[in-house]
Structure formats: structure tokens, C-alpha cells
Design a protein around this ligand. Structure first.
Ligand code: BYC
Length: 313
């Protein structure tokens, strides 16, 4: 009997929509692309806790505080599933985290902007989680099994996040003149950075072609961004607010909204580490890692003790 070439088996699985699993043979570049994307996704979840966490002590009511704590905790959970999914590809958690701290690994540009008012928590939920959901619903069908399965639960939680953000903005938009102004100001500041979350335009996206062939990505950066604009252009009407784009206009021919141009210099500047909060965010993550060293050490000693006890028994 002839042994089938592992690369053919891999390609057939991709063609036939069979998930690739950790012990399956896979091209080294497929493994590396997944390590890069999934670990960067995990870092985004963990760094993303910081701008929102800053408002836990300042939430305007006990109910809002409880909801925000639950949301920030969810993000930690998402980070953990995603770090675990990354580990199935043969890289340790420590290596992954070292790459974040050294600046080798990226995380989403969006989390390098500050949260200046309570309305920013609403704008993050509506726009940032809204953008994340569009991207992540696509990723529930990604070809790497552990990543796809992690996304299913994450998407359910993100839907709740998005709705709680919209509800914060809806409350403010029905409030006093100051509250309305605060709501519009947050939308103005978060709109363009949210569009940047989808990555560079397709013509500049170095990874998209290969990732689409391997079905890691199912839609391109520009396709998802357009879906997002179409969705938000309608939702903003419910808020009675405006998106800060003079060129935003329904196009009956394309059946999509036309819109303005992203400031790509700003995007690359933030990606390269020069955004308003990059240094602060990485500084906070490094400090948390160092402060948590004793917990990791104690857990390792406990695990060792338990192992010995089980061996004796
Ligand atoms: N920021 O070839 P491209 C959340 C990089 S968190 C920074 O198009 P790709 C939440 C890109 O990495 C949700 N860097 O890349 C959490 C690449 O550089 P490398 C976060 C960016 O991978 C807490 C280069 O630019 N979601 O929801 O094909 C609270 C060229 O780009 C960005 C994810 O992480 C960016 N925005 O496509 C609240 C989704 N965009 O790596 C909410 C998973 C691009 O070659 N990731 N770059 O050095 C993805 O779907 C894809 O990685 C992307 C980019 C669509 C982001």
C-alpha cells in the first residue's frame, strides 16, 4: 500500500473543510502563521483589559461596575483560551509572553488609545467589540480546530459586550446636553481607530493571500471593514449621533456605504509602538508578569507536590 504524502493529506483537508488538529502534519509556515495570529489575538485580549479596567472604580453605578468587571473578566478568559490554543502549536506560554514584552509580537492597535470618559466604555463595547465580532465570527470557521472552537464561545460573550456598550451610549444619548456631547465625542475619537482594527488595506496586507488560501482567514481586511461601516452607519441613527466622516453616504449602485480615507500613517505609527499609550500598556503588562512571579512559582511547587503524592498512593 502506498503511503499518502502528508502535504496532500493536509491540502485535501483544507479543500474539504476538515479542521487541522494539533497532532496533524502541517506546513511549518501554516504553524507559524497560526502561532503569530492566535498569540497576537491573545495579547490583544489581555492588553485590552487595561483601558476598560481603568474605569472599574469610576463606573457611574454599582450595576455598571458589576457589568464592567464581568466584561473585563471575560477578556481574561478569552486570552487564556487563546494562549492555550497557541500552545497546541508547540510554543510555550512563556515564549509567547516574552515576545509581547520584547515588542516582537504585536497586539491590536486599538488598545493604544486612552479611555478619557465613561462614554469611551460605551464606544469600546459598541465599536471595538462590534469590529471584533465581525472578525471573530469569520474565525469560527478558521481551518485550525482549536482556534475555531475557542472562537465559538468568545463570540457569544462578545455579543453581550457589544450590546452593553451600545446600551451605555443609548442611555447617554437620551440624557442631558453634556451627556449627549460626551457620547458624540467618544464616537468621534473611537471611530477611525476601530476601522484600523481590520488591518491594512488588502493591497498592503502581507499575510492575507496565503491565509485566505489556507482558510485561516475567510474574508479580507477590506471586506470585513466594509461590512462594519455598513452596520454602524445604520446603528448610529438609533443613537441619534453621527459618525465623524463627511464622505459617509449610501451608494445605491454598490448597495454599500461609501466612506472616507483612513489615516494610514497614524495606523502604522501606532503599530510600530508610537501610539498614545503603547509604552504605558507594555509597562503595565510587564509589571503584572513580574508581580505574578510568586503565584507561578507557588503553583509549580504545588503541582510537583501533588504529583509526588499521587505517585506514592
Ligand atoms: N493592530 O497582513 P496583515 C477584542 C499587523 S481583541 C496591530 O493584514 P493579518 C477586545 C499584522 O499583524 C480582538 N497590528 O495581517 C479585547 C501584520 O504584522 P505581522 C483582537 C496589526 O494577520 C479586550 C501586519 O500588520 N482581534 O476584541 O493577515 C477588550 C500586516 O497585516 C493590525 C484579533 O486579534 C492591527 N489592527 O490580518 C475589548 C483578531 N492589523 O504580524 C475587545 C485576530 C494588522 O506580520 N487577528 N496588523 O508582523 C486577525 O484576524 C488578523 O491578524 C488581522 C490582521 C485581521 C488583525
Amino acid at each position: 500500500m502506498l503511503l499518502q504524502d502528508p502535504e496532500n493529506i493536509f491540502n485535501e483537508k483544507i479543500d474539504q473543510e476538515v479542521k487541522i488538529e494539533p497532532k496533524d502534519w502541517m506546513p511549518e509556515t501554516y504553524r507559524k502563521t497560526n502561532i503569530r495570529q492566535i498569540s497576537q489575538h491573545a495579547h490583544s485580549e489581555i492588553v485590552g483589559m487595561l483601558p476598560e479596567g481603568a474605569w472599574i472604580t469610576r463606573a457611574p453605578s454599582l450595576k455598571r461596575k458589576a457589568i464592567l468587571i464581568a466584561k473585563v473578566q471575560d477578556e481574561a478568559g478569552h486570552g487564556l483560551y487563546l494562549y492555550s490554543a497557541t500552545e497546541t502549536l508547540g510554543i510555550t506560554r512563556e515564549q509567547t509572553i516574552n515576545d509581547l514584552h520584547s515588542g516582537k509580537a504585536k497586539y491590536s492597535s486599538i488598545f493604544n488609545y486612552p479611555t478619557l470618559t465613561w462614554a469611551d466604555i460605551g464606544a469600546i463595547g459598541w465599536l471595538v467589540d462590534g469590529a471584533a465580532i465581525l472578525n471573530q465570527v469569520m474565525l469560527t470557521r478558521t481551518s485550525y480546530g482549536p482556534y475555531a472552537r475557542a472562537m465559538v464561545r468568545i463570540c457569544k460573550e462578545e455579543s453581550f459586550h457589544q450590546r452593553q456598550g451600545f446600551e451605555i451610549l443609548l442611555t447617554l444619548s437620551n440624557g442631558t446636553a453634556d451627556q449627549k456631547a460626551m457620547c458624540q465625542d467618544a464616537i468621534n475619537r473611537w471611530w477611525w481607530p476601530s476601522l484600523m482594527m481590520f488591518g491594512p488595506k488588502d493591497s498592503e496586507s502581507t499575510n492575507s493571500d496565503q491565509s485566505m488560501k489556507w482558510k485561516i482567514k475567510r474574508k479580507t481586511n477590506d471586506e470585513l471593514r466594509q461590512n462594519f461601516v455598513d452596520m454602524c452607519a445604520e446603528q448610529v441613527k438609533v443613537l441619534g449621533m453621527k459618525l465623524p466622516d463627511e464622505k459617509l453616504k449610501w451608494n445605491p449602485d454598490t448597495k454599500h456605504y461609501d466612506w472616507g480615507e483612513i489615516n494610514w500613517d497614524e495606523f502604522w505609527d501606532v503599530v510600530k509602538g508610537n501610539g498614545p499609550c503603547n509604552k504605558e500598556r507594555i509597562g503595565a503588562r510587564k509589571k503584572a508578569w513580574e508581580d505574578g512571579a510568586w503565584v507561578r512559582e507557588a503553583a509549580a511547587v504545588y503541582a510537583e507536590k501533588r504529583k509526588k503524592k499521587l505517585q506514592v498512593a
